[in-house]
Structure formats: structure tokens, C-alpha cells
Design a protein around this ligand. Sequence first.
Ligand code: SAM
Length: 279
Amino acid sequence: MFEALEKINERPDPFQFYTASDLWTDEHTSKQMLTFHLNETIDVSSRNAEFINRSVEWIASEFDIDMDTKIADFGCGPGLYATRLSKRGANVTGIDFSKRSIEYAKEVAAREKLKISYVHQNYLEFETEDRFDLVLMIMCDFCALSPTQRNGMLSKFRKLLKPRGSVLLDVYSLSAFEQRQEAATYEMNQLNGFWSPNKYYGFLNTFKYDEEKVILDKYTIIEPERTRQVYNWLQYFTSEGLESEFSQAGFLVKGIYSDVAGNHYDEKSSEFAVIANTA
Ligand SMILES: C[S@@+](CC[C@H](N)C(=O)[O-])C[C@H]1O[C@@H](n2cnc3c(N)ncnc32)[C@H](O)[C@@H]1O
């Protein structure tokens, strides 16, 4: 028992393990995630519908979306942005490794007679001959990636963009990092049965890496037949830090905003968004 608890409370190196697929693609958790995405009143998995409508409105005007605009939406989920952007005429490709979300997105596209290309794949491995005017990665997915993975994604974006193409993505800020605290909790059927339909015990260890500005929520889920660990990493950014990652990857940062709906940048905002162009 003592040894098991030691393992549960063990602090890994920043981004030592990548378990995003356990969170998003597992048969049971992906069902919960889809329900969150589709709940129009909450900001879990996707933002609320009112925000998404405002965001799409801003994206459409900021990037002059029309029938000639090709967009790649990385981590598109059930296509809440892709659907809306396609209705505005854009030619959209959505990439996501959640089979359940992609199937839902495809059903919507078929029902609404929208020509959207949905790709069921890990976006770290996504390759195509297509070239895009705009790359999106919305709801701070960039923060879940290690420095090496982020660098790889920015190189990928640069390769996939047409000359003068843009990236729009959002991240968590330092002001949000300051509000996070280390903690260790334990609960039966933690998060109301989120991790399994069967009885389980869940431990949550939150680790704060002050130097790297990284938070890890490490979940240990114990069922009769299996024990698994899910590592949710989040990198928090200063605007200067994010700009430097983009410029090192050959991008020019064109604008910083408080969110992907184009609100004015405020240092105190818990998130912020960036538009970067291929330099
Ligand atoms: C926070 S949700 C945001 C969904 C969508 N962008 C939105 O705002 O409605 C993150 C999405 O990224 C997907 N995702 C996370 N890591 C991924 C990966 N490595 N490859 C493909 N999809 C990934 C998840 O399945 C999920 O649909």
C-alpha cells in the first residue's frame, strides 16, 4: 500500500508522458467528452455556443473568409467551428483523433449538405499535399503539447500554409498559472464516473513546475482489473514567450488578443490568442 501511494504521488519530469489519447479516445471518456462539447451552455471540451458564434463571426471578418479560403482545424472535435465556417463558404479540413467526435461531425456535415473533409488521425502525424490559408487550433490544445511537440506542430503549420497564410490559436496565460496550486485528492468514482462506467477509485495529483510554467494534473484510476495513469499537461505562456516560439519557427506574430473572438489583449486574462503569419 505504501509503495503504491508513493507511485501515485511521484512527480514526473515535465511532459515525460503523453497520454492525450487516453483522455479523448477511450470508449467511455470520449462519450462524456462529446456530451460536454455539445452542451451549449458550458465551457468544457468546447466553449459555449454564444462564444463560438462570436468567435466565428470575428474569424470570418479578420481572415476575409469566402469560397477561396482553405482552413485546417487541428483538434476540431465534433466540428463546431468547422460546420460554422463551412456554412460561410470556407473549404474546411478538420483533424481529430476522437473517432466518436469525427463520426458526429461527419453526420452533421452530411445532414447539412456541407462539404467538409474530416480526418480521423493524431494531428502530430497529419500530412497532406493540400495547402491552407488558415490553420486553427482552438481551446488551448497547444498548451497540452511538450516544447518538442509544439516545435514540430509549428513546423508542420508552416509547411501546410500557403505564402502569407496564418495560424490562429489560443493558450493559457501566466496569470492563470499563478492561480493554480499543488494538491492531492482521492475520491470514489472521481468526477462523477467520468473515467469508467464501473466502480473505481481516482487519485488526482496536481504538480506545479514553477520554472517551466507547467501544470500537471496526474490522474491515477484504479479499477478491479486495471490501474492507469492519465497525465494532463498544461504549458502556461507569457505573450513574449509565445511570440518567441513562433518567431523561432519562422512566423511573424501579427496580433495578440484576449481570446479567439478578437477581444483586446489584457495581461490579466486567463487565456490569450495569437495570429501569426508565415514570415
Ligand atoms: C479542448 S478540445 C477542443 C475542440 C475544438 N477545437 C473546439 O474548440 O470545439 C481538444 C480536441 O483536440 C483533440 N485532440 C487532442 N489531442 C489530439 C491529437 N494529438 N491529435 C488529434 N486530435 C487531438 C481532442 O480529441 C479534442 O477534440
